[in-house]
Unconditional design. Structure first.
Length: 579
């Protein structure tokens, strides 16, 4: 479970020197004088996290600080009052970035406050910032950069250089944490000297599941069932995984992390492109294995990224790639639309095993929104997985994790999993509260868990689902279930948008506008509004529709409508799980 606010650890500072006795002055050592010169404050760690990675880094940082005897307090950004920064001496921000350079939902209010006129002067504050992101995107680690700039402008002093971590962040984050805490020790009074115990990034705090990203549970695939029609242009799977007696628990809105293996055939294709046989020996994290095994189990070999394209351009001397590298926008577009095997095909180039691995990122787990409630399925967890597939000439290109779950993993096969809590996407605590859910395509997944949970709780609150896809006959995911829930009353209303069933394309945002009066009425009654699915187009269009509804139905100006929606978000009544 996500931690909103941890109790401050006790500062075990003991008085240096001998205990004072009547008539005796306590001897003062050099060490004691040095400690006395340091502020006896605490380190506050604030995490801005969307999917849990930043929270994991923050928790590891907190545990390591405690091991050093540093008084430390951990805060979810949504629970931290910006004005309190004026009272702090040492703060570390751990920040991920959401969407196109936006702050994570839990940090929006703090992010806005620090750039407002209300933000206090922070001349007594020392700070550090570490960002988590993906350099494939234009606004890489933007939220971390923002916090760094905001704090500096307010007069705070950085005690460690900001680190912008890429997808494969664990090693870099571990090194930065040690450096940052060393600086904190030098400037902040701590207890007795202690050796830092470095924890794996994301290690769970006491009371959490023992299974984590670094220590996943080996589960069993029960079912992989295609739930799109025979003539659909999509292959969407309903996945059921057996958690057996793992003791793993999850809540509606959480995600399941899935470690996957790459296609052996794809690994062979990549090896052939660079003139390797596959039996070459390599060392990966202290383990000796063949280059083929490393590609299958240790490295990302499907999705490309700008760094890979840039490095291969230099190694190969490809004129096409070298020209691409000069234009960042074109480079990003090319990398996002071209798999690694096709980048390597741009110019035949012989590489050593180490040169090939030097191009690749380490394999990272994929996160999928959980599509079930444990109140309904007990020791199982369900997912809704869309197979990523497109044609490259006469060959098919597949997504690494989705093809593993949909094609390569057989029923009864093993899959390593862990739960990633998402406190930014949760049902209202009061079951009487109405909810509006917008989930086109596989964005429907968490709302299946929401409705299952509410039905099992005999929730009295109204629920309204907006679903969209291409066609009614081929792509209506979980249609029979939604009809059942409508009949039982677990689902109050259902509106659908099938874009290709008529001449003019219709999407979920169009249905929202059509139902504007009722949507506004539900919001006035305290409804929570949820969006899940594709971030760059759908989520933006739904947001715009919501602002339009507030303008038209609430008789508000554009500025007032935007503020109304922003207030919903701050009150956690507007929650998004977008990707």
């Amino acid at each position: 479970m996500s931690l909103n606010k941890k109790e401050s650890s006790q500062n075990n500072n003991a008085q240096s020197g001998a205990n004072e006795l009547p008539g005796l002055a306590a001897p003062i050592t050099q060490a004691a004088a040095a400690v006395a010169a340091k502020p006896a404050g605490k380190l506050s760690i604030i995490f801005a996290s969307q999917t849990g990675n930043a929270k994991g880094v923050a928790e590891s940082l907190e545990a390591e600080a405690k091991a050093l005897g540093i008084a430390v307090e951990l805060f979810d950004a949504s629970d931290y009052k910006g004005k309190n920064l004026a009272k702090e001496t040492h703060v570390i921000f751990v920040a991920s970035t959401n969407g196109e350079g936006e702050a994570p939902d839990n940090a929006i209010e703090l992010h806005e406050f620090l750039q407002s006129k209300k933000a206090p002067k922070l001349s007594n504050l020392q700070y550090g910032v570490i960002g988590l992101g993906d350099s494939s995107y234009e606004f890489f680690c933007q939220t971390a950069k923002d916090f760094d700039n905001f704090l500096a402008k307010l007069g705070a002093k950085s005690f460690v250089d900001r680190l912008d971590c890429d997808v494969d962040y664990e090693a870099a984050a571990t090194e930065w944490r040690a450096k940052a805490l060393s600086q904190v020790q030098e400037t902040l009074s701590t207890g007795a000297e202690a050796e830092v115990v470095q924890l794996p990034v994301g290690q769970a705090a006491a009371g959490h599941s023992q299974y984590t990203k670094q220590n996943p549970y080996t589960a069993t695939l029960l079912t992989s069932q295609k739930i799109t029609g025979r003539d659909s242009g999509k292959d969407v799977r309903h996945i059921e995984i057996d958690l057996d007696e793992s003791g793993i628990t999850y809540q509606p809105g959480d995600a399941l992390g899935v470690w996957y293996e790459n296609s052996s055939e794809l690994a062979n294709q990549i090896l052939a492109k660079v003139g390797l046989s596959g039996i070459e020996s390599v060392d990966v994290d202290g383990e000796n294995l063949s280059i083929h095994s490393a590609l299958v189990s240790k490295f990302e070999i499907t999705a490309s990224n700008p760094q890979l394209v840039t490095k291969f351009a230099e190694l190969s001397g490809s004129k096409k790639l070298l020209k691409l590298v000069e234009d960042k926008d074109k480079l990003r577009e090319y990398a996002s639309n071209t798999q690694i095997v096709d980048v390597l095909a741009e110019k035949k180039t012989k590489l050593s095993a180490d040169e090939l691995l030097g191009l690749l990122r380490k394999l990272t787990p994929r996160l999928y929104s959980i599509a079930s409630s444990q109140a309904e399925v007990d020791e199982e967890v369900h997912l809704t997985v869309g197979l990523v597939e497109y044609q490259k000439g006469e060959e098919s290109r597949l997504g690494g994790a989705s093809s593993f779950l949909a094609q390569r993993l057989e029923e009864g096969g093993e899959v390593k999993v862990f739960v990633e809590n998402n406190n930014n996407f949760k049902l209202p605590q009061d079951d009487n509260t109405p909810i509006i859910m917008v989930g086109p395509g596989t964005g429907i997944a968490p709302f299946r868990s929401f409705v299952q949970e509410r039905e099992n709780n005999d929730a009295q609150g109204k629920s309204w689902l907006f679903f969209g896809d291409r066609t009614f006959t081929q792509d209506f995911l979980y249609q029979v279930e939604w009809q059942k829930y409508l009949k039982s009353g677990a689902l109050t209303k259902l509106d659908v948008a099938f874009s290709r069933d008529q001449k003019e394309k219709v999407y979920v945002q169009d249905r929202l506008i059509e139902q504007a009066e009722q949507v506004w009425q539900w919001l006035q009654e305290g409804a929570y509004f949820y969006v899940c699915g594709e971030a760059t187009r759908m989520a933006k269009d739904v947001h715009e529709a919501l602002v339009t509804i507030a303008e038209q139905q609430g008789n508000q100006s554009r500025e007032q409508a935007e503020q109304f929606i922003n207030d919903l978000r701050k009150a956690k009544r507007y929650q998004r799980d977008v990707y």
